[in-house]
Write a protein that binds this ligand. Structure first.
Ligand SMILES: Nc1ncnc2c1ncn2[C@@H]1O[C@H](COP(=O)(O)OP(=O)(O)O)[C@@H](O)[C@H]1O
Ligand SMILES: [Mg+2]
Length: 483
């Protein structure tokens, strides 16, 4: 066995850990034994430190661990932050995890203040900073430990303001006086704060830190965490696009998207001619535009089958100057041509939801409003599907989509498209594709592909089942019918 330098660093950290006075509180309240990397992070005494890199390494767990180290000290107060309340409170998220740890202990939960109170007088509070002005909620608060999870989702201002909340109350007891003041953060690369976080902690793109940087950085690796099924985790990461995989799977500090958002390549994704088979699931995506002159209302017609991971774009066009009635006519015409849709997904855009009400009430169209939450995340997922060749388009009627996606590029931060570029067809595709994937994942009965032995077997089974059913029906007929 050969040791590398970082192994010695780790051993040293473990040794320091072993003599640390903070172990009793942590081991009483946290059911997890910190991994060597987590111990290294927990042993740090500097004002700031970052635990960053690959997903699944145990970064998020390390934040509440750090808070628990000193909860035995009377007056000790810790704050754990996520960007939004949803991030904080969803099942499996920070608040939920800590509840699992602390519910069986003598710590008490106060729901109104989102605080765990410990018998010896320490406390841990949860909070979120949705807008920049949310920081003022903490104007008169004092903490000795502040933990940010997913730091790159915060603004620099939110982080630096909170540093000023790191202090000890006047006339602190001796014990509280000895507690180190700590800003601690965990994060994956990517997000709105990617740049400032890299700068503040001197990070390089390959996931290492410039030497002798004053703010410690502990690089996270998936392999640090023996408590996770790494293979299954890697498989789930394989669903992501190449940039996000670089960030989460490889822990590289590459910025979010650059170049084209939807990297269609006619060689790979275009199909010549018209569809030759009829697929059972069809959705129309409509992006409403208000321009009288420019073609800003788009209709994107997609279809798929449950045995095929691919989504097929049958048509994607843009039209100018449509009023409510004109638009409803377009939708109805398509619905007739296509023999009905599973759903018609509409983004009313600037025209507002009044349009959708009108479609429903006056034109009796069963409209589903486009899901626009987490648009960035879904753009990345659509991008991933394109990269895997799981979106194809019929070239004949998709010229507008081809031209548009050829030009549509990420903005400087890689979070949205460059302002001013057309995204009507691609938005129509995004919303209808989002609907299709939700439906796809809810449709477990995967019929096998036609022509395969599995398909023949399934057909034989169906015929047999039909015969049995017919036989049973004959048996159940009342006797007099047989006369
Ligand atoms: N020391 C540990 N002991 C047991 N389980 C752990 C430990 N550290 C992390 N885990 C678990 O492993 C999973 C991934 O850890 P998490 O902290 O969410 O990783 P990250 O934030 O780096 O993506 C979580 O379910 C977490 O509870
Ligand atoms: Mg995490």
């Amino acid at each position: 066995v050969s040791f590398e330098r970082h192994d010695f660093d780790e051993l040293e950290a473990i040794e320091r850990w072993a003599v640390s006075e903070t172990t009793p509180a942590l081991s009483r309240y946290c059911p997890h034994t910190p991994t060597p990397k987590q111990q290294q992070f927990l042993a740090l005494q500097t004002l700031e430190a970052l635990y960053g890199g690959q997903a699944g390494g145990g970064k998020s767990d390390a934040l509440p661990m750090g808070a628990l180290q000193y909860v035995d000290v009377p007056g000790f107060a810790a704050l754990l932050l996520r960007r939004t309340y949803a991030d904080l409170s969803l099942p499996g998220a920070l608040m939920d995890r800590v509840r699992e740890w602390l519910a069986p202990t003598d710590a008490r939960w106060h729901a109104d203040s989102k605080t765990w109170q410990f018998p010896k007088g320490g406390s841990i509070t949860f909070g979120y900073l949705e807008t920049d002005s949310d920081i003022f909620r903490y104007q008169s608060a004092e903490f000795q430990y502040i933990g940010f999870d997913e730091l790159t989702q915060f603004t620099r201002r939110q982080y630096t303001y909170l540093i000023s909340r790191l202090r000890r109350p006047d006339g602190s007891s001796d014990a509280l006086g000895r507690v180190p003041l700590r800003m601690r953060a965990a994060t994956n690369p990517g997000g709105i704060g990617h740049r400032w976080v890299m700068e503040r902690f001197g990070l390089k793109r390959d996931g290492t830190q410039t030497p002798n940087h004053p703010r410690p950085f502990v690089p996270a690796r998936l392999s640090d965490n023996a408590h996770i099924d790494a293979e299954a985790y890697r498989r789930s990461l394989a669903e992501l696009d190449s940039t996000t995989r670089d960030q989460l799977e490889h822990g590289r500090w590459v910025a979010d998207g650059h170049g084209r958002i939807y990297p269609f390549d006619p060689e790979v994704h275009a199909i010549d001619g018209a569809p030759e088979i009829v697929r059972p699931f069809r959705v129309l995506g409509v992006d409403l535009g208000s321009s009288e002159i420019k073609p800003t209302t788009s209709f994107t017609d997609i279809e798929w089958d449950s045995y095929d991971p691919c989504t097929y774009v049958v048509e994607s066009v843009k039209l100018p100057g449509l009023d409510v009635t004109g638009c409803a006519e377009q939708i109805k015409k398509r619905r007739e041509d296509r023999d009905g849709y599973l759903a018609i997904v509409v983004d009313p855009g600037a025209l507002g939801t009044g349009y959708i009400r009108e479609f429903r009430a006056r034109h009796h169209l069963p409209i589903v409003e486009a899901q626009k939450r987490d648009k960035l995340a879904f753009r990345k997922l659509l991008r991933a599907a394109i990269e895997r060749g799981h979106v194809k388009y019929y070239r004949l009627l998709c010229e507008a989509l081809e031209v548009e996606t050829d030009e549509l590029i990420w903005d400087e931060d890689g979070l949205d498209s460059v302002p001013g570029l057309d995204d009507h067809c691609s938005d129509g595709l995004l919303y209808s594709w989002r609907y299709s994937r939700a439906h796809f994942s809810r449709t477990p009965a995967k019929s096998p592909a036609p022509g395969t032995p599995e398909a023949d077997e399934a057909e034989a089974a169906r015929i047999k089942a039909r015969e049995i059913e017919a036989h049973r029906a004959r048996q159940e007929r009342p006797g007099w019918e047989d006369w």
